[in-house]
Design a protein around this ligand. Structure first.
Ligand code: UD1
Ligand code: UDP
Length: 366
């Protein structure tokens, strides 16, 4: 009997990480009746990824408004899903990660009595304030999930220590590696605004707990570094959140060797990572992807839910302290031994076959 599976995506990283799962589910139309729902928590950034992977959502809640609050996103997703579940009852709902869309989807499934599968389960910083609100979102999703697809053994152990039924926890690898390898294999490097041969750092920065003073300090560090080293560029595709865009424009606009652009679509970003010397980032996904490309990541956070990458030596936490960020950039860019030590480590997040593992497990469970 065919099983109805609803996949929900809301933001850019969810689309990147669920695209391989959606594509794998699509390959078994005799086994799965697939419905893709976009919450539209992100608009342009979500559509960029969906277009690249040729995914057309069957339903789009289109909830984004400029400068939205977490409460508003939660309420909209809960209400819309409650209405949807009144008319249809999927056999399983899948969502990935720790955004508000995912947390609200898990809650809506719980209220409706529909099993929820959590992709990228078990990540923890053990601090509800960092990242905020993501640590809360993933803990709540974990509390309510029927299946936990943990990317690593460490993540699975976190769930087991919380008392999660071991029979529901699976170590699958991270689907972001599937998306990365697929993109590298099926596309050619597009043109780049940075001239061939010029050294550059690729940057992302958007976390809510960095808004205000920390984000200004991060941007001040980039400015100081850029002014001191005109031979190196910093490329920053700026997240559209007004709390990011405002200070980025104010502090970084007008510097010759700082390139501020709109967010890149995934294809362009993957190739930009591949050509960069290193990443300066507070992104979750980038901490997992860049090491697969042999690129060190300086993580603009005090705590990470991805300690495997720090332990493996591919990522280093630098927080939001100006001096610490500048010192780390200079060390990696001007000390080849320090650079090699980070870039030659192997990636702990999987081999690009996570989506197949997840779909196989789901098939066996349904
Ligand atoms: C969200 C997630 C965060 C994730 C990030 C990935 C929550 C609370 N936060 O943060 O965990 O790491 O996405 O990028 O779930 N905007 C646009 N166009 C877009 C997307 C966003 O203009 O395509 C602007 C809008 O003004 C929007 C604002 O950014 O209101 C914030 O978007 P939101 O999804 O609430 O939070 P993010 O900071 O993007
Ligand atoms: N990314 C992208 N374009 C950009 C910046 C990032 O496609 O301009 C990709 C990146 O490769 C990763 C994902 O977006 O797969 C990370 O998303 P984001 O940083 O928005 O969220 P997080 O991972 O922190 O939740």
């Amino acid at each position: 009997m065919k099983k109805n599976v609803l996949v929900i995506v809301g933001t850019r990283p969810e689309a990147v990480k669920m695209a391989p799962v959606i594509k794998t589910l699509e390959k078994s139309p005799d086994r799965f009746e697939l419905t893709v729902m976009a919450s539209g928590q992100h608009r342009r950034m979500l559509d960029q990824v969906l277009n690249l992977f040729k995914i057309v959502p069957d339903l789009d809640l289109d909830i984004m408004v400029p400068d939205q609050t977490v409460t508003r996103v939660t309420c909209r997703v809960l209400e819309e899903l409650e209405a949807y579940f009144r008319g249809r009852r999927p056999d399983a709902v899948l969502a990935q990660g720790d955004t508000t869309t995912v947390m609200a989807a898990a809650m809506a499934c719980f209220y409706a009595g529909i099993p929820f599968g959590h992709v990228e389960a078990g990540l923890r910083t053990f601090d509800l304030t960092a990242p905020y609100p993501e640590e809360f979102n993933r803990r709540l999703a974990g509390l309510l999930a029927a299946w936990h697809f943990a990317p690593t053994r460490w993540a699975a152990d976190n769930l087991l220590k919380e008392g999660t039924d071991p029979g529901k926890v699976y170590v699958t690898g991270n689907t972001v590696i599937d998306a990365l390898f697929y993109t590298l294999k099926t596309t050619t490097p597009p043109g780049s605004p940075i001239p061939e041969g010029r050294r550059y750092v690729l940057m992302t920065c958007h976390r809510r707990e960095n808004f205000g003073r920390p984000i200004r300090e991060i941007f001040a560090a980039v400015k100081e570094f850029a002014l001191a080293h005109p031979e190196i560029s910093v490329w920053y595709p700026v997240h559209p959140n007004p709390h990011v865009r405002g200070p980025a424009g104010e502090i970084l606009q007008g510097l010759d060797n700082v390139l501020l652009t709109d967010p890149l679509d995934y294809l362009h970003f993957v190739h930009a990572m591949n050509r960069a010397e290193l990443l300066l980032s507070d992104s979750g996904g980038v901490q997992e992807e860049a090491p697969s490309l042999g690129k060190p990541v300086l993580v603009l956070r005090e705590k990470t839910e991805r300690p495997e990458a720090v332990a493996a030596g591919t990522c280093r936490l630098v927080g939001s302290d100006k001096n610490r960020i500048v010192a780390a950039l200079e060390e990696l860019l001007f000390d080849p031994r320090a650079y090699r030590e980070m870039s030659e480590k192997s990636n702990p997040y999987g081999d690009g076959r996570a989506a197949a593992a997840i779909v196989e497990i789901l098939s066996a469970c349904l």
